[in-house]
Design a binder for this molecule. Structure first.
Ligand SMILES: Nc1ncnc2c1ncn2[C@@H]1O[C@H](COP(=O)(O)OP(=O)(O)OP(=O)(O)O)[C@@H](O)[C@H]1O
Ligand SMILES: [Mg+2]
Length: 326
C-alpha cells in the first residue's frame, strides 16, 4: 500500500486508546495477605489496548501514531515510553491522573495477579479534544485501530463517534472492544475482533460450536456492526467471517510465558498485514502469529518482529469452513 502523504501524521496506522495505563510488572515468591511482600525491581511498559497495538505495529515496521489522553506524572511517563517505542504521540493533556496497572507474578506457583484501576474521569471537553486530534491524525491514514476499555465519564457510544470519523476520512476502522462499547456500534467499522467470550456476552448465547460462533459473527455483520469479524479463540486459533466465505485459522502452538496482550498483538498483526495491502486471510494469519508471539514474552513486554515473522513462517494456512462442513 502506498506510503501516506498527510503532513499531519505521516502514519498509515493511527490508534486511539481512551484509558491508557502505566503497566507495572514485578515478581514475588508468594502472594500473602497482611505481611509485606518484597518484590523484584519493577518493569514499566506503556499500556492500554491501542497503545499496545501501536508498539507492536511499529515493531513490524509500520508507520504508526497513537492518540490518547494522559495526565499527571504517570501520564507523562506513559507518553514518554510510547515515544521511546518509536510511535508518534498525539497526547491530549487531561486534568486527571493516568492510571497504573499492577501485574504480580508469583514465582512459586507461576500464577499471575493483575490489579487494574478504573482510570481518571474524562470531561466532555477532553473527550472532544481526543476526537478532534483523532480526526486530524486520521486524515490520510489507511487504518484506525480503536482498542481498549472506555474510562469513567465516556459514554458507551464513543466508538460509534470514532467510526463516524473514519467514515468521513476514508480510513478503515479496526475495533477491539467489548460490552457496552460493542452494543452501540451501528455503522462504519471495517473489522471487529471480539474474543469468543466477548462475542458470547454480546449476543447472549453460549456459542459452543463453531457454527454457533460463525452465526453470531454474521449476526453482527447483518446488524452493520462490521464488514468482517475475526473471532479469536485463544489456544484454538480464530475464525474469520466475511460476506463471501468463512475461514478457520489454527493456532500456532508455542510455549506460554504470559497470556497478557495476545489479543492486542493479534490486532496489530492483522492491521499491519492489511496496511501492506495483503489479502484478508494472510493478514489474519500474521495476526495469529503475532498473538502467539506475545504469549512467549513475559508480562507486558512486547514481542519482536523476529518472533512474529518466525511464527508466521510456520502458521498453518486457513481452512475454508464451507469446504469441509457439508
Ligand atoms: N494458548 C495459545 N496458543 C497459541 N496461540 C494463542 C493462544 N492463546 C491465544 N493465542 C493467539 O492469540 C489470539 C488472541 O487470543 P485470545 O483469543 O485469547 O484474545 P484476547 O483478546 O487476548 O482475549 P480476551 O480479550 O477475551 O482476554 C488467538 O486467536 C490465537 O491466535
Ligand atoms: Mg481482547
Amino acid at each position: 500500500m502506498a506510503a501516506p502523504t498527510t503532513p499531519g501524521t505521516g502514519s498509515s496506522i493511527v490508534t486511539i486508546t481512551m484509558n491508557p495505563a502505566l503497566d507495572v510488572t514485578t515478581d514475588v515468591d508468594l502472594v500473602v495477605h497482611t505481611d509485606k511482600m518484597r518484590c523484584s525491581p519493577a518493569r514499566y511498559d506503556p499500556g492500554g489496548g491501542g497503545i499496545n497495538v501501536a508498539a507492536i505495529a511499529h515493531g513490524l515496521g509500520a508507520s504508526v501514531s497513537a492518540v490518547f489522553p494522559a495526565g499527571g506524572p504517570i501520564g507523562e511517563r506513559v507518553a514518554a515510553l510510547v515515544a521511546d517505542a518509536g510511535v508518534l504521540v498525539h497526547q491530549v493533556a487531561i486534568a486527571g491522573s493516568t492510571r497504573e496497572s499492577l501485574t504480580v507474578n508469583e514465582r512459586s506457583t507461576g500464577r499471575q495477579y493483575r490489579f487494574v484501576l478504573p482510570g481518571p474521569t474524562l470531561s466532555a471537553d477532553e473527550q472532544s479534544d481526543c476526537l478532534a486530534l483523532l480526526r486530524s491524525a486520521a486524515a490520510g491514514a489507511d487504518f484506525i485501530v480503536a482498542s481498549g476499555s472506555l474510562p469513567p465519564g465516556v459514554p458507551p457510544d464513543f466508538y460509534q463517534r470514532v467510526a463516524d470519523i473514519c467514515s468521513e476520512s476514508g480510513a478503515r476502522l479496526v475495533l477491539d472492544t467489548s460490552g457496552a462499547g460493542l452494543h452501540h456500534i451501528t455503522s462504519g467499522v471495517f473489522l471487529l475482533k471480539p474474543s469468543v467470550r466477548e462475542l458470547r456476552e454480546c449476543v447472549g448465547r453460549a456459542l459452543l460450536s463453531e457454527s454457533d460462533q460463525l452465526d453470531a459473527a454474521h449476526e453482527l455483520m447483518a446488524r452493520d456492526c462490521a464488514e468482517v469479524v475475526v473471532v479469536s479463540l485463544g489456544g484454538d486459533g480464530a475464525l474469520l467471517a466475511t460476506a463471501d466465505a468463512d475461514y478457520r485459522f489454527p493456532a500456532v502452538p508455542v510455549p506460554i510465558s504470559s497470556g497478557v496482550g495476545a489479543g492486542d498483538s493479534m490486532v496489530a498483526g492483522i492491521t499491519v498485514g492489511l496496511s501492506r495491502g495483503w489479502p484478508l486471510d494472510e493478514a489474519v494469519r500474521l495476526g495469529i502469529a503475532a498473538g502467539a508471539a506475545m504469549l512467549m514474552t513475559p508480562g507486558t513486554m512486547p514481542c519482536t518482529r523476529d518472533n512474529i515473522e518466525g511464527l508466521f513462517a510456520v502458521a498453518p494456512k486457513p481452512v475454508d469452513v464451507a469446504a469441509v462442513t457439508f
